[in-house]
Design a protein around this ligand. Sequence first.
Ligand code: BGC
Length: 427
Amino acid sequence: MKRKFLAVMMSLAMVGCMAAGCGSSDTASSDESGSTSTSAEVANADKPLVWFNRQPSNSSTGELDMSALSFNDDTYYVGFDANQGAELQGTMVKDYIEANIDTIDRNGDGTIGYVLAIGDIGHNDSIARTRGVRSALDTGVETDGAINSEPVGTNTDGSAKAVKDGSLEVNGKTYVVRELASQEMKNSAGATWDAATAGNAIGTWSSSFGDEIDVVVSNNDGMGMSMFNAWSKDNKVPTFGYDANSDAVAAIAEGYGGTISQHADVQAYLTLRVLRNALDGVDIDTGIGTADEAGNVLTDDVYVYKEEERSYYALNVAVTADNYQDFTDSTVVYAPVSNQLDESSHAKKSVWLDIYNASDNFLSSTYQPLLENYDDLLNLEVDYIGGDGQTESNITNRLGNPGQYDAFAINMVKTDNAASYTSILSQ
Ligand code: BGC
């Protein structure tokens, strides 16, 4: 309705302008009615589609859902390299322990104890991070060729089967490393990566075995900051997260141990850029690996594209006390891709985009603000839909009129559920 109204207003303005004989530059650049009629002609099933942040995949096995990833010729996924990031996270924690070995073992029992907040046991990124930490700290146990990523509950006596006691030698002395506890941070309504749940968990853990906790590790900063604020900051226990949200980066000055930037500035760009390219009918690499006419281009140290997975993956960077000053604002566009596209050759198009959980810290404080910066640069008018993080239908109910949009960007609640969206687009 709103768009139709706009289109009518614009044609009226054009008529007025023609009658008054005014310059044509304005009308050429704001000819929106063209895009509206295009969207009416193209079948929804043929419109550009990008999945982001939650890759269509089987939540038990991790296997990619290739039918969703190749729904049509203009379908892609944008995320980040989960394994590379997970390895960085594990190494960051291990390096910190080694560098602070004289003070890290708070009760001096020779065991470095850590607790781990798990985001979503069915999410590939979360699984990778759990594995990365266990692998670096030597607490991982292999099951079917991969490190077990199950939560252990409480393991203060070291008897859990999903992990083992690790061993770490520093300066000629051997320490035991133990995962004292880990838990999926899911609230009673079903929301995963839940920061409040993590804050409660650290309360429970610290009151029963607080003096054994030497390090706190989290699959993301939302949960990590919740634990830091609830307990570890006051108790001077280094806490590590993931995402490099601005508040977590700022907390490094107050003892937060570190975080990983998943280059959300590159991901948010790619999310909208692949749609822009498909809508323009140009090579998909335009403004990505190949500079566009405005000079936007990415170098291969910040992303990889895997054609067979139809997926773009941003690369991660560790953010610690050494370099956090460079990461203080997580919502700033990435300079090499910050040039405005010319509206005369990249007419305004409309995009439907959802954020699976409007209260997810990373998506709401980092990713969406970035998308909002890039949508202007790429001349995309984006409708942002915020989900409740629990039910797909809460979001799909708001995809009632796909014919109104030129392209779609989808962030699912559960990675198995791609068909809930593609079935609507196929109707
Ligand atoms: C982020 C988490 C976030 C999740 C949502 C992950 O990539 O690291 O912070 O909760 O995406 O799907």
